[in-house]
Design a protein around this ligand. Structure first.
Ligand code: MOS
Length: 699
């Protein structure tokens, strides 16, 4: 038997790529079903108050309408998740909240009739306005009690105030990032069917197991009575990780029309209030350093918002304790509970907004110390993780910065602002660091079954959200089994397969791959002991859990990267162009160079979008996002993007997982906006600390 060529490292096309571009890989809503009905949501027109009366008579009388759902006739649910308590009371807690639904024979009738449902409200004053000042608003700010995993929300080491007071060089800057809305190409959709004793749900999600548990819990069903299927997903970016009201409403509707599949798609406008968002932040960074640039103190504070029905805390300061050596450090966060929809995770939750502030502040410190910003970061490179005091399993930030500088042509660089120009355009360059933790989510299992043809069937309820998971995970499985990739048939996206953690936190390959490795190890062991290691036995099957990482308490585990940008700013109009972005990343082994490059490229493009274009604009009078479509919510388009180069350095980290991978989904966006903001400063001498950098802020 010859040793198969390792599948990891091969730039394979996505297995479903051709089907996707031919329209043969249906998304949830497109799945052909017999005799469907259609659901359309009714949304509140006030932000806070109580529904005092409902008049469904006109809607119900509309030919083709089958039922109108409101809190008066909705099934009672069993859940303490405020996001899922849909239609459980007359209370309204944010504008656009789902307060009803219309089921009809066609989508047009459902939508039309939804507009005929009349609700009277007793309205109360609302507060949707996040403010950046801690002292004046401390009474309504809370220290969050539920946060993203792994890192403590507040950290403190040494005496930051004393160190700042005696520091030779100080930076004290305030930054803000706006409310960002996820805009997956495929909106949130569901086809829900009540089968008599349970649900079949086809929907667009990042985690079929999580949806299954949430729906089963809310409707008091055994999880085996809820089947969730999600083979193809058209983007998610965090917005499809946690179950929300839309899934519950679809399931409730299905209960009313047994046997008939209920098709439900949020409109693009509805996704702006229903699917979560990256909360706006106000951040303050204080840095103290010696005149040689060595940090003596780092302080990073953030104020964010959450809703009143479920707490979500963006962890904007999470990356800071992992970045630079300084004996005195403090991070603190507060959340304001406002009358808004609940925010959620969005690509690099925490790092994306937090590293904009920290890496802008580092640029300001470099200027204050008259040091090259790359040299400043190298001087502050820690020997061990500054907070956990553990060695890094691998840390190649300096290598990324140096490799990036070489490829980008950083040297020779005159740091003087406005020093370079081309006609009426000012030219500047900027750099920023990136990081993202290596996370392993609990709760995954993988089954491997040997088929009659000697092929290996790998089953796991993972999800491919458009990233190429199906392909990359098959590569992982082939190497775990030490067989040729043609021998492996991997199936995912169905809750009847062994449970899996969500596709999120850049932890998919780590969490699922570790389970597949465990199953493959056990399978090969059984083949050896029971079958002499010769012919795979038909029907042999092994199921294994994701094991805990034995090195978790010995090493800090992070990806790192360096982002570079060149900008051109029109001196008269303030127009900003970004002809060049370059990123160098250290993300462990790269499973599939083609799909990994796409992830990093996509992240950097979003970083450009974050720097220059995106913001959800709130109408404070009514409490909702007014630019709630793709015509008004500006996202970087092809014409905005210049040359983007993606590189990575070889990294072989034996501690992170059996694949030696670190995850590539999130880190591409981290630091990208700071690199552009730093380049804008270099070009113009104007420091923009409030994103997005629009031309009015430069003039
Ligand atoms: Mo990612 S924001 O964890 O889907």
């Amino acid at each position: 038997m010859t040793t198969p060529v390792p599948a990891i490292g091969q730039p394979l096309d996505r297995f479903d790529g051709a089907e996707k571009v031919r329209g043969l890989a249906p998304y949830a809503f497109e799945h052909p079903v017999e005799h469907p009905v259609y659901l359309f949501a009714v949304q509140s027109t006030i932000a806070v108050g109580r529904i005092t009366a409902i008049d469904c008579s006109q809607a119900s009388a509309r030919p083709g309408v089958l039922a109108v759902l409101t809190h008066q006739n909705a099934p009672r649910l069993s859940t303490d998740n405020g996001e899922l308590r849909t239609l459980q009371s007359d209370e309204v807690t944010f504008r656009g909240q789902i307060v009803g639904g219309v089921i009809a024979e066609t989508s047009e009738i459902a939508r039309d009739a939804a507009g005929l449902v009349r609700m009277d409200y007793e309205e109360r004053p609302h507060n949707v306005d996040l403010r950046g000042e801690v002292p004046g608003h401390r009474e309504r700010l809370k220290v969050p009690d539920e946060v993203l995993p792994i890192f403590p929300m507040d950290t403190s080491e040494g005496d930051v105030d004393a160190a700042l007071a005696s520091a030779a060089v100080r930076v004290d800057s305030r930054y803000s990032t706006p409310w960002y809305t996820h805009n997956a190409l495929e909106p949130h959709t569901t086809i829900a069917c009540w089968t008599g004793d349970g649900f079949t749900l086809r929907l667009s999600t990042q985690g079929v197991t999580g949806i299954q548990a949430a729906v089963a819990g809310a409707f008091r069903l055994d999880p085996s009575r809820v089947r969730v299927i999600s083979p193809h997903v058209g983007g998610a970016f965090g917005s499809k990780v946690y179950p929300r009201a839309d899934v519950v409403l679809a399931a409730m509707a299905a209960r009313l029309v047994p046997g008939r599949p209920v098709k439900f798609a949020l409109t693009r406008q509805q996704t702006f209030s229903q699917t979560g968002y990256r909360p706006p932040t106000f951040q303050r960074v204080r840095l103290g350093a010696g005149s040689d640039g060595r940090l003596v103190a780092i302080e990073h504070n953030a104020i964010e918002q959450t809703s009143k029905i479920r707490q979500f805390a963006e962890h904007s300061t999470r990356a800071t304790p992992s970045m630079y050596a300084a004996p005195n450090r403090r991070t603190q966060q507060w959340v304001a509970e406002l009358d808004v929809p609940t925010p959620t995770i969005m690509r690099a939750p925490g790092e994306a907004s937090g590293m904009f502030a920290l890496e802008s502040a580092m640029d300001e410190l470099a200027i204050a110390c008259d040091l090259d910003p790359i040299e400043l970061r190298i001087r502050n490179e820690p020997q061990v993780h500054p907070h956990f005091q553990l060695p890094f399993s691998s840390r190649n930030l300096v290598a990324c910065l140096q490799e990036g500088a070489r490829r980008f042509g950083w040297e020779p660089r005159d740091p003087t602002p406005r020093a370079r120009r081309d006609g009426g355009w000012l030219i500047g360059t900027g750099v920023a660091a990136a990081t993202y933790p290596v996370l392993r989510l609990p709760g995954s299992k993988a089954t491997i079954r040997v088929g009659p043809d000697g092929r290996y069937l790998v089953l796991i309820a993972a999800v491919d959200i458009g990233t190429g998971t199906r392909t990359a995970l098959t590569q992982v499985a082939a190497d775990a089994l030490q067989v040729d990739i043609e021998q492996v048939d991997l199936r995912l996206g169905d809750s009847t397969y062994p449970p899996a953690a969500e596709e999120g936190a850049s932890a998919g390959i780590t969490s699922w791959g570790a389970a597949i490795h465990e199953a493959a190890d056990q399978l090969r062991q059984r083949l050896t002991t029971e079958h002499g290691g010769t012919v795979p036995a038909d029907g042999l099957e092994v199921t294994a859990d994701t094991p805990d990482n034995p090195y978790l308490k010995q090493y800090a585990m992070h990806s790192f990267g360096a982002q570079f940008a060149e900008v051109r700013v029109n001196e008269r109009t303030g127009e900003i162009r970004v002809p060049r972005q370059l990123g160098v990343f250290a993300c462990g082994r790269i499973v599939n160079p083609k799909t990994a490059r796409s992830q990093l490229l996509g992240g950097m493009t979003w970083g450009l979008s974050m720097a220059l274009h995106e913001q959800s604009v709130l109408d404070l009078r009514f409490g909702h996002v007014v630019n709630h479509d793709l015509a008004q919510y500006h996202i970087s388009s092809n014409a905005d993007v210049g040359a983007i180069e993606v590189h990575w350095i070889e990294e072989d980290d034996p501690y992170v997982n059996p694949m030696r991978t670190k995850g590539v989904g999130e880190i591409g966006i981290v630091g990208a906006a700071a690199a552009i903001a730093n380049a804008v400063y270099h070009a113009t001498g104007v420091r923009i600390r409030d994103l997005p950098i629009t031309l009015d802020k430069l003039l």
